[in-house]
Ligand binder design. Structure first.
Ligand code: NAD
Length: 472
């Protein structure tokens, strides 16, 4: 595929191979953007600010609604692209493609709901005979940087609100999964987006990143990715708005009165979705000691039923990790935990990029797999005796995206919802639950700002005040 730069689909001699992580087969190649391309993108994005701003609300809304329809009409093609270039099975990929349709539809609807307010200037002495309002103005050029694990929907979560808000956008999708983003770019153009309003650059993050991030023409960076990359970007950014959707290490608390079958089913899926490469994937489960053995045995049984393998096979439950190197990293972390005293209850074996869904117990707090984000198919079980202990342990790490609790008791549910330190608490669902319209984001090292169409739209626009002095 080609990349979109200054209104043209362009190619470069140096190309990046996009390979299927399951069998290494070549899917396609994309141009490797150069330093000159970054400069062209910045100049073109700046020049297109007015074009983007002057799109009427109904035009922005229609472009996004039409794009949603195009993705919907080619859903299977989008799903196959997601499944082939990334880690998801075809079933998981179809769900992501359907969610992207929702995200774009919501962004089209939110464009029409973007409103300001009148301001009562005369509410203080000195404001007499003044009338005015604020409206939400576009922020200008938005730089969107996205990760590999949701290669379509997380791009839609940035492009949708940015366009709804009247912004010009530079998109840098993940190096290993650029195809879904380029296909979405094609759909936006087909839906009527003026081509100079969006620059989609395929290429290597560290090569393109620093110049893009530091350039003053970029007024906002909307980043989703790892904590270390996020920290680096924040240091390089200078004086501009940043929104950071970063990693986590999500805790679940299962109480003694919970529906254990529901908890097991939801947490197994939440731990192993996309081979665990999910920012809200379940990593630590704190279980009341009275039901610990029952939950543990059910969890092992359900996990052992998982079929891993070819992502395009309808019967596959879990695919490979994004690269063999990533699978080796997680395997090393499992080995380290075992050396420190952890027990492998099931899984732990690796073939290439395929790592078995793995359940660990007795994991010491010093183990990397306890305190860092695993971003792989591993979940740790821990028995706990009371709610204070469960809360203290769940809150003990420097992450806070989602947390979850399973209980049938209303008081326990409220206590946990109140005490869990994070951006969202799911009661009787695993941490993996997300609706695309809700405010989504983390506290502590998990992020800054909130995504979710309506909330991103606020972040990607600024209040602009108009005040009339009516004369005395
Ligand atoms: P990553 O940080 O390696 O890369 C993310 C993006 O940043 C890619 O497009 C990459 O090319 C780019 N990049 C790398 N170096 C850069 C630089 N110096 N300047 C600018 N851009 C640069 O992350 P990943 O491995 O693709 O994704 C996994 C991470 O993303 C996990 O930590 C996961 O938790 C996180 N994530 C968070 C959310 C969320 O909404 N909070 C959602 C999905 C993934």
């Amino acid at each position: 595929m080609k990349m979109l730069l200054a209104g043209q689909w362009v190619d470069r001699d140096t190309r990046i191979e996009v390979r299927d992580p399951f069998d290494g087969s070549l899917i396609d190649t994309v141009p490797a953007a150069t330093g000159d391309d970054v400069e062209t993108a910045l100049a073109a994005a700046e020049a297109a600010r007015e074009t983007a701003r002057k799109l009427s609300t109904h035009e922005r809304s229609q472009i996004l609604t039409r794009t949603a329809a195009i993705v919907h009409d080619s859903l299977e093609e989008y799903a196959r692209t997601i499944a082939r270039e990334g880690s998801k099975t075809i079933t998981e990929a179809r769900k992501e493609a359907r969610r992207a349709v929702n995200t774009l539809t919501l962004a089209g609807e939110e464009a029409k709901r973007l409103q300001g307010e009148t301001i009562p200037f005369d509410s203080f002495p000195g404001g007499e005979r003044r009338r005015g309002y604020f409206e939400r103005a576009p922020i200008g050029v938005v730089l969107a940087i996205t990760p590999f694990n949701d290669p379509l929907n997380l791009v839609a979560h940035k492009l949708g609100p940015a366009i709804a808000g009247g912004n010009s956008v530079i998109l840098k999708p993940a190096t290993v999964t650029p195809l879904s983003a380029l296909k979405l770019t094609e759909a936006l153009l087909e839906a009527g987006l003026p081509p100079d309003v969006l620059q989609t650059l395929s290429g290597h993050g560290p090569v393109l990143g620093d110049v893009l991030v530091g350039d003053p023409r970029v007024r906002m960076i909307s980043f989703t990715g790892g904590v270390e990359t996020g920290r680096h970007i924040a240091h390089q950014a200078g004086l501009k708005k940043i929104s950071m959707e970063l990693g986590s290490n999500s805790p679940v608390i299962v109480w003694k009165d919970a529906d254990l079958e529901a908890a097991i089913s939801s947490c197994v899926s939440g731990a192993f979705w996309a081979a665990g490469q999910n920012c809200i994937g379940v990593q630590r489960i704190y279980v009341h000691r009275d039901v610990y053995e029952q939950l543990r045995d059910g969890f092992i049984e359900r996990t052992r039923q998982y079929r891993i393998g070819d992502k395009l096979d309808e019967a596959t439950d879990m695919g490979p990790m994004i690269t063999e190197g990533e699978a080796e990293r997680v395997e090393r972390w499992i080995r380290e935990a075992v050396e420190l005293g952890a027990t492998v209850l099931t899984g732990g074996n690796r073939t290439g990029a395929l790592l078995e869904p793995t359940v660990l117990a007795d994991v010491p707090e010093t183990a990397t797999i306890h305190h860092d984000e695993v971003f792989g198919p591993v979940v740790n079980l821990y028995p706990v005796d009371d709610l204070d202990e469960a809360l203290a342990k769940a809150n003990s790490l420097d992450f806070g995206l989602h947390a979850a609790a399973f209980t049938r008791d209303v008081d326990t549910a409220f206590r946990l919802a109140d005490g869990l330190q994070c951006g969202g608490v799911m009661i009787n669902d695993s941490t993996d639950y997300r609706l695309d319209s809700m405010p989504f984001g983390g506290i502590k090292s998990s992020g800054l700002g909130r995504e979710g169409t309506r909330f991103s739209l606020q972040e990607m626009t600024e209040p602009k005040v108009v005040c009339w002095h009516l004369g005395d």
